[in-house]
Every structure is written in structure tokens, then in C-alpha cells.
Ligand binder design. Structure first.
Ligand SMILES: Cc1ncc(COP(=O)(O)O)c(C=O)c1O
Length: 408
């Protein structure tokens, strides 16, 4: 028999969920933007500053060794969490955006030339569009966009036809942050590999909802952000296969990424340090490990099962509201429901929700091309995390009914 999901304990672990907003209990449904933090992560942040604050990798003194050890323990936890083969394949970045820019610059500089092509999809976050546009402009390469249908499902036939000898990289999101679509990433990767093309997966909306293993996926690069997975802001991860990372030049120059510097010539440090110039966000790097500990104490499979059930419930309850239209109706979705209420502007709906303590996000969600595709200015987006409940969904439904009465 499956274990009962410990929702009450989980909610207790997130202190912010006990606060009020505008005189109402906080109903936090903006998890796609950032998640709340459990007490263990909050304690780890203050524990770092009260106990071991020091710069890493360069000191012989006690605190520096403690901080370095804690940082490297966290890297090992991240490796294990995503099933990578080696700790040195885990590059600490500032976030998903930082990881994509690293690959666009470093891989792009070495492997992308005039006339080459980069494939992305129609549902990408701006973070997975603009770095490739900059690269293509600099190199005279071409950015091509894999289409999706009106449900937000990737067109795999079009994708297959777009892959060709000029394709140098496929960069695609695992889960769409504005539609919730879960992409068929295994098929995406195997088709690309059949043509000898590497794949970068943007797992910002996936890594805390779906258990994944980079070796099993055989993905070449994977990026995500700490703050979207119950960890601190300012830290993220680039996983890269060892052979790619070794073949790529450094991205930024500075301390830590060098072996030997003279004015004539510099040699570079080994992985992962080659890609980690300067003092990183040490506290965030360490405490991302605490977030992983917390996720693993519940279990990602249990979290996924619970969240998927909640998504089904929320979809059904939202569709029962007069005039509500869901944007993004792919058969497989995770974490996100985007919608419009009649012809009300998403912003107005969001403001009424906020007055009732319900935090949703409104706007284009950094996916303007998705909004253009659907011919809408934006959506209201409810996005879920491990601590949300059916009561949260009911509070959202009540807020939307109120918005409907007040605004229509
Ligand atoms: C799919 C996706 N990619 C990339 C990003 C950018 O993440 P960050 O701002 O943490 O770098 C986000 C953030 O919302 C996202 O949802």
C-alpha cells in the first residue's frame, strides 16, 4: 500500500505559509516563478553565516576548509539527485539563465559557425531564446523554431524534418512554464543523437516535479535553478557530459578557473572549476544541498503523484467556472495551469486574487512568443508545489468567482 502523503507536516515545514496577505491566509500559487523554502533550508542559510562563512577553494584555514567541504558535499548531492556520473560534470551557476548563457557562449564559440542551425521550440522561456539569438547573430548562424499545436504539444514530425547536417544543438524545455506541457524529451534526444546533435534540456520547471536521471536520458546538457526547487536564489546548475565540457573553452575568466597565470599565457583549471570563475554564491550553493535533502525526505515520486492529482483536481474545478478557458491543454502537463477568465484582463484578475490572499502570476511569463501564438496579451497562471492543497484550489476558485462578479 502506498504511504500517505504527509501534507500537514510539509505545510508546517514552510513557515511563510502561516502568514497572512491582505488579511487573508496566504495561498501561494506562484511556484513556477519561485518556490517557498522549508525551515531546514532557512536554518542552513543562517547556519552558514553564523558557523562557517568563509571563501572556498583557496584557504588553508579551518573555516575555509569547512565551507569548501560543505560546498563540495552539495555538489555531490546534486550529482546524485540528477544521476550524473561525476561530480565534475556539475557546474554551479547563478541559475537556469546563467547555465544557458554559459553553453551558448562556450559551446557556441567552439562549435557553431556561419550557416549552422540551432533548434529551439515555440514554447521556450525567453532565457532559452535570447542567448541563442545573440549567438546566431554573432556567428551568422540560424535559429529555427520547432512548432507546437494549439494544445501546446510539440510537433515531433516537424522536428524530425528540421534536424539536418547543419544542426549544431537542440535546446528545449522539459516542462513549459506558461503552458505546463511536458515535452517528450526522450524522443527529442534520441532523434537528435541519431543525427549526432547534442541536446540541452531546460529543466527549470521539471527537476522538482519529475524524477530524472541524466545518464538514463542520455542528455548532453541540463540546466535548472535552485530557487524553483525550494532552495536559495542566486544558484543553479549546469550539468554537462564530461566529453562536451572538456571540449568547450572557458566562459568567464577570473579566480578559481585557472591553473597557472603569467602575462604571456594562462592555463585553465580542470572541471568543474574551469567554468566557475570568481567567488560563487557559496551560501546558496551549500543550501541547495539542503533543499535536495528536503525533497528526498519526501521523495520525488510521492511529490509527483500528489501534484499530478492536484493538477487534475484544479483543472476540473477551474473548468467548472463560467467563461474560464485553459491555455495549454497538452495531455501530459506538470505544475502549471494557465487560463483566461472571460475577456477579463489577466492583470485585473490577478489583483482581485491578491486582495483575497491568493498569489498567482499574470502576464506573458517570459514567453511572449507563446502569447503571440495564442493571440492573447497574457494569462493568469496558477502553479503548484509540494505544499499546495485542494483547499488552495478552492480558495483560487472562490477568488476567480469574485473577480468574475466584480469585473464582468
Ligand atoms: C522554463 C524556464 N526556463 C528558464 C527560466 C529562467 O530561470 P532563472 O530566472 O531562475 O534563471 C525559467 C524561470 O521562470 C523557466 O520557467
Amino acid at each position: 500500500m502506498s504511504k500517505i502523503y504527509p501534507i500537514d507536516r510539509i505545510r508546517q515545514d514552510f513557515p511563510i505559509l502561516r502568514r497572512e496577505v491582505n488579511g487573508n491566509p496566504l495561498i501561494y500559487l506562484d511556484n513556477g516563478a519561485t518556490t517557498q523554502k522549508p525551515q531546514t533550508v532557512i536554518d542552513a542559510i543562517s547556519g552558514y553565516y553564523t558557523g562557517i562563512n568563509s571563501n572556498i577553494h583557496r584557504g588553508v584555514h579551518h573555516l575555509s576548509q569547512l565551507a569548501t567541504d560543505a560546498y563540495e558535499v552539495s555538489r555531490a548531492k546534486i550529482r546524485q539527485f540528477i544521476g550524473a556520473a561525476h561530480n565534475h560534470e556539475i557546474i554551479m551557476t547563478s541559475g537556469t539563465t546563467g547555465g544557458i548563457n554559459l553553453v551558448a557562449h562556450s559551446y557556441g564559440n567552439e562549435f557553431v559557425h556561419k550557416g549552422d542551425e540551432i533548434l529551439i521550440s515555440e514554447m521556450e522561456h525567453h532565457s532559452n531564446i535570447v542567448p541563442w539569438q545573440l549567438l546566431c547573430a554573432a556567428k551568422g548562424a540560424k535559429l529555427r523554431v520547432i512548432p507546437m499545436d494549439e494544445r501546446g504539444v510539440l510537433d515531433m514530425e516537424a522536428y524530425q524534418l528540421m534536424l539536418n547536417k547543419k544542426t549544431k544543438l537542440v535546446a528545449i524545455t522539459y516542462v513549459s512554464n506558461s503552458l505546463g506541457t511536458v515535452n517528450p524529451v526522450r524522443g527529442v534526444i534520441s532523434k537528435a543523437h541519431a543525427m549526432g546533435v547534442p541536446v540541452l534540456l531546460d529543466a527549470a520547471q521539471a527537476v522538482h516535479h519529475i524524477a530524472l536521471n541524466v545518464q538514463e536520458l542520455d542528455v548532453d546538457f541540463l540546466v535548472f535553478s535552485g530557487h524553483k526547487m525550494y532552495g536559495p536564489t542566486g544558484v543553479g546548475v549546469l550539468y554537462g557530459k564530461e566529453n562536451w565540457l572538456n571540449a568547450m573553452p572557458p566562459y568567464q575568466g577570473g579566480g578559481d578557473m585557472i591553473k597557472q597565470v603569467t602575462f604571456e599565457k594562462t592555463t585553465f583549471n580542470e572541471l568543474p572549476f574551469k567554468f566557475e570563475a570568481g567567488t560563487p554564491n557559496i551560501e546558496a550553493g551549500i543550501c541547495l544541498g539542503s533543499a535536495i535533502d528536503y525533497i528526498e525526505s519526501i521523495g520525488l515520486d510521492a511529490i509527483a503523484a500528489y501534484e499530478n492529482d492536484l493538477m487534475d483536481y484544479a483543472t476540473e474545478r477551474l473548468l467548472a467556472i463560467d467563461g474560464l478557458r485553459i491555455i495549454g491543454t497538452a495531455p501530459e502537463k506538470s505544475g502549471v495551469i494557465s487560463f483566461l477568465l472571460g475577456d477579463l484582463h489577466p492583470y485585473d484578475v490577478g489583483v482581485i486574487c491578491d486582495q483575497l490572499g491568493v498569489a498567482v502570476r499574470t502576464g506573458h511569463h517570459c514567453t511572449q512568443p507563446v502569447m503571440d501564438k495564442f493571440g492573447i496579451p497574457g494569462t493568469v497562471r496558477a502553479s503548484f508545489a509540494m505544499y499546495n492543497t485542494r483547499e488552495d484550489v478552492e480558495a483560487l476558485v472562490a477568488a476567480l468567482q469574485k473577480a468574475s462578479q466584480m469585473l464582468q
